[in-house]
Ligand binder design. Structure first.
Ligand code: HEC
Ligand code: HEC
Length: 179
């Protein structure tokens, strides 16, 4: 009997340890559930998803106006998860979406000395991506890779213009902290 009593006590002790630790794990889980989900970078989704089945799309297909339609079509084709779709839509059509005329004016305002931007870089997105990259201090290598990618999407720039843009943007980025 005594031995059963002891066994019972140790079983109870063990059980409470299990309950406590299970409770701890549960609390941890609750926290994980409550934490807001990491925002998804729409540009990254684009880079990782949209060239899986085909190459470069053209400017006309990628401009903000047709974006929603394209994404809707591709969502079904490619089975893109809803959260990724939302990130893609938000990326190309941010809430403060500017008209093309406004995007051109914005490019000229921020980069009066780089007119190529207002001529060739506003069909698909505004210059906020360019400004982000400039203030991040991106270097020549980064701009070279990025502009090549923009061309593969259908940005209409020749090699000479691409070179000019790389030089001008890397130069601006190297002075970014003073801006
Ligand atoms: C699973 C493969 C697959 C993926 C991933 C994919 N596409 Fe497509 N896409 C296709 C096929 C196949 C076509 C041509 C046939 C069609 O239109 O259904 C196409 C056509 C297009 C077109 C031509 C216009 C149109 O609506 O028909 C555009 C633009 C396009 N895709 C953009 C995108 C973008 C942007 C993404 C990323 C969100 C993407 N695609 C991801 C398979 C894919
Ligand atoms: C045909 C449509 C199109 C045109 C034209 C275009 N872009 Fe883009 N741009 C995109 C897309 C789509 C993305 C997001 C996917 C990516 O980053 O590759 C992007 C992203 C960017 C980014 C962010 C890249 C990053 O990694 O943060 C920069 C900077 C940029 N573009 C600069 C430019 C410049 C400069 C031009 C003019 C030469 C240009 N774009 C023209 C479609 C375009």
């Amino acid at each position: 009997m005594r031995i059963y009593g002891r066994l019972l006590i140790s079983l109870l002790a063990l059980a409470s340890v299990v309950i406590v630790s299970a409770g701890g794990a549960q609390a941890g889980k609750d926290k994980a559930v409550k934490a807001p989900p990491e925002p998804i970078d729409g540009a990254l989704v684009y880079r990782q998803t949209c060239n899986r089945c085909h190459n470069a799309r053209t400017v006309d297909e990628l401009n903000p106006a047709s974006w929603e339609l394209v994404i809707a079509h591709m969502r079904v084709r490619a089975g893109i998860p809803q959260r990724d779709v939302e990130a893609l839509l938000l990326w190309m059509n941010p809430p403060d979406q500017l008209s093309e005329a406004e995007r051109i004016a914005q490019a000229l305002e921020f980069y009066p000395d780089i007119p190529q931007l207002s001529q060739t870089c506003v069909q698909c997105h505004d210059t906020s991506r360019v400004r982000d990259a400039v203030s991040a201090g991106q270097d020549t290598a980064w701009w070279t890779v990025t502009l090549r990618r923009m061309r593969s999407y259908g940005a209409k720039i020749d090699t000479a213009t691409e070179g000019e843009l790389v030089t001008a943007l890397a130069d601006r980025a190297s002075k970014a902290p003073q801006e």
